[in-house]
Write a protein that binds this ligand. Structure first.
Ligand SMILES: [Zn+2]
Length: 89
């Protein structure tokens, strides 16, 4: 399940209801995606407030992306999920 790819659309409320439910359900089951979603949400909220994303959140997102590179604990079956950090200029 390519949840990572859907996360931003989901958090933007751009997914349809069925997809949103699937994503929400997966976030409960999948700790990694849940963590990623929480980080995206922080950044998303920061952007919504037109302020700089929290430096700590950006750092965590980077660390999360790096952790995906190292398939040590692949609870997603090592799928093609790729973390794409929001461009911070
Ligand atoms: Zn997942």
């Amino acid at each position: 399940m390519q949840v990572a790819r859907l996360l931003q659309s989901y958090l933007d409320g751009e997914t349809d209801e069925i997809t949103a439910r699937r994503v929400a359900a997966h976030l409960k089951d999948c700790r990694r995606c849940g963590l990623e979603a929480s980080v995206y949400r922080e950044i998303h909220n920061a952007l919504a407030r037109r302020v700089e994303p929290d430096a700590g959140a950006v750092q965590r997102l980077r660390a999360f992306g790096e952790s995906l590179m190292n398939p040590a604990a692949g609870d997603d079956g090592g799928g093609g999920e790729s973390a794409t950090p929001p461009a911070g200029a």
